[in-house]
Design a protein around this ligand. Structure first.
Ligand code: 13P
Length: 283
């Protein structure tokens, strides 16, 4: 059974570790992640962007695929299926009705009042159905699904207002991380992270988890991050392995062999991330 993110993230907050959120792009990706998390005994949040959902045939298809893979692989670790960056109330409701156990409503491009109103509408619907909600404050920026935009750091007062007035379960404050590859060093504002964590008392989410060095990730967990979102890094590791395979095996054309060529490298990256996120964990 898929579960929402509430208990997972509360436990992470209490015991000072972070749950990995890995974005899925297809069936194989989902299988690789589920198998490796089961092997490592790690809870996992499977993130699905709107673009990835459309690519896979829509939210219903994704939900059915994840549920049947979860059961067919006899997965026993906690698994949450999460809509990543839901752009409007209608898409969040559709994800919830399709069986997603968690949604992110990203109304960060609107004014604070609008963000609050939109987020609250999602929370009302989601909580009635046992689904958890993540919201964004400030604007994370970078490049995702081929769309590039600017980073805007979150303000502590805005983060508190959004948290207090909506009843969200988790908050993603933009504090220097961006989606996609970094141009230069990420400048994370750890002080603000800690202040937002203390004042909202919510488990915080760090988006743009690829390309941030291990020490900074540990520091972020110390400052209140309970969920780390990773997409680009797995894509790069998979693509690197597949590129090498295709250069060496010019006559292979079976897509199963080609996609599988990235499995080992991708699973290695997943396992390393799991160990990193658990390394601050209280015994
Ligand atoms: P990266 O692609 O930079 O890892 O970011 C993923 C993310 O934040 C998904 O919401």
């Amino acid at each position: 059974m898929l579960i929402n993110s509430k208990k997972m993230l509360e436990d992470a907050k209490e015991n000072h570790y972070a749950v990995p959120h890995f974005n899925i792009n297809n069936l194989e990706w989902t299988r690789f992640i589920l198998e490796e998390c089961e092997k490592e005994k790690s809870p996992v949040i499977l993130g699905v962007s709107e673009g990835a959902s459309q690519y896979m045939g829509g939210l219903q298809v994704v939900s059915a695929m994840v549920k049947s893979l979860h059961d067919a692989l006899s997965i026993t670790v906690p698994v949450c299926l999460h809509l990543d960056h839901g752009s409007c109330v209608a898409t969040c409701k559709e994800a919830i009705d399709s069986g997603f156990t968690s949604v992110m409503i990203d109304a960060s491009k609107y004014t604070l009042d609008e963000n609050i109103a939109i987020t609250r509408e999602v929370v009302d619907y989601a909580h009635g159905k046992g689904v958890t909600v993540e919201a964004e404050i400030g604007h994370i920026g970078g490049e995702e699904d081929g769309i590039a935009d600017e980073l805007a750091y979150a303000k502590v007062e805005d983060a508190c207002m959004l948290a207090n007035e909506t009843g969200i379960d988790t908050l993603a404050p933009a504090l220097g991380s961006v989606h996609g590859p970094y141009k230069g060093e990420p400048k994370l504002d750890f002080e603000k992270m800690e202040e937002i964590s203390e004042k909202t008392n919510l488990p915080l989410v760090l988006h743009g988890g690829s390309g941030i060095d291990d020490e900074k990730i540990k520091k972020a967990i110390h400052a209140g991050i309970c969920k780390l979102n990773i997409n680009t890094e797995l894509q790069m590791e998979w693509a690197k392995a597949v590129r090498t395979f295709l250069k060496e095996e010019e006559n292979v054309y079976d897509p199963r062999k080609i996609i599988k060529a990235g499995e080992e490298q991708m699973k290695k990256a997943i396992s390393e991330k799991i160990h990193l996120l658990a390394s601050n964990q209280k015994a």
